[in-house]
Design a protein around this ligand. Structure first.
Ligand code: IPE
Ligand code: MG
Length: 229
């Protein structure tokens, strides 16, 4: 979800937070439209490990917006059978954020139409480093021998272990990079880039991305004839 700051600037607002506030409306629209379409897994990159380096004022505003959004949307998530989930270094978040997240996670824990995952204080290299540490400790303790480590074993140690690999990754605002997001998981994900700034993203934009996705042939390294067969 990129482009909140530029969106605010375009509207002649000096305050980037104005963009973030409007970004939450795009979040709501995207969740609603995804749910209506029957998307089972939606994962939003809300705050990266690197975002901690932004000015303190902006970081605080983002954390407050997170708390407010959780409070405002909890009932909607519950009613729409959406389960909230998180990935990232959660202990690094302010306590008020953690508490609000936990409340909504508990509230929606029995929902099963869609898993909405928020990536918070997340970066893929951090996640993979944690996985390596964990497996190294298991090897040291004799729980597993290195020869038995395979892709599935690694998958089961990622924070996304209950999620399938993403089919489609959408990045807004014209930037064409991954920015430390789900590096392992997107090995065969279809990438979609749009110039639309995140606060302008809505159901129409989501449909456009999905229609584009539907026109692609996912070969997973095979040849076209094999896929058609
Ligand atoms: C939102 O957009 C991403 C978040 C970290 C919440 P940005 O804040 O990165 O907006 P730009 O890239 O400065 O326009
Ligand atoms: Mg940005």
């Amino acid at each position: 979800m990129d482009g909140n700051g530029r969106w605010a600037k375009k509207q002649n607002f000096k305050d980037r937070v104005f963009g973030h506030r409007n970004g939450t409306k795009a979040v709501r629209k995207t969740i609603e439209a995804s749910r209506e379409l029957g998307v089972r897994f939606l994962t939003l990159y809300a705050f990266s490990t690197e975002n901690w380096s932004r000015p303190k004022f902006e970081v605080n505003a983002l954390m407050e917006l997170l708390i407010k959004s959780l409070k405002d949307e909890a009932e909607q998530l519950l009613e729409n059978n959406i389960r909230l989930n998180t990935i990232g270094d959660l202990p690094s978040l302010p306590r008020a954020c953690r508490e609000e997240l936990q409340k909504v996670i508990d509230l929606t824990k029995d929902n099963d139409a869609m898993i909405l995952t928020l990536a918070l204080s997340y970066s893929s290299r951090w996640e993979l480093t944690e996985v390596v540490k964990g497996i190294a400790a298991e090897v040291a303790e004799g729980i597993i021998v290195p020869d038995n480590i395979n892709e599935q074993y690694i998958n089961q140690r990622l924070m996304t272990k209950e999620l399938p690999d993403p089919e489609l990754l959408i990045r807004t605002s014209g930037e064409q990079r991954i920015s430390n997001y789900l590096l392992w998981q997107i090995a065969y994900t279809e990438l979609y880039f749009t110039d639309t700034l995140w606060p302008d993203f809505d159901e129409e934009e989501l449909y456009k991305a999905i229609v584009d996705y539907q026109s692609r042939e996912r070969r997973f390294g095979k040849i076209s004839d094999q896929i058609k067969a």
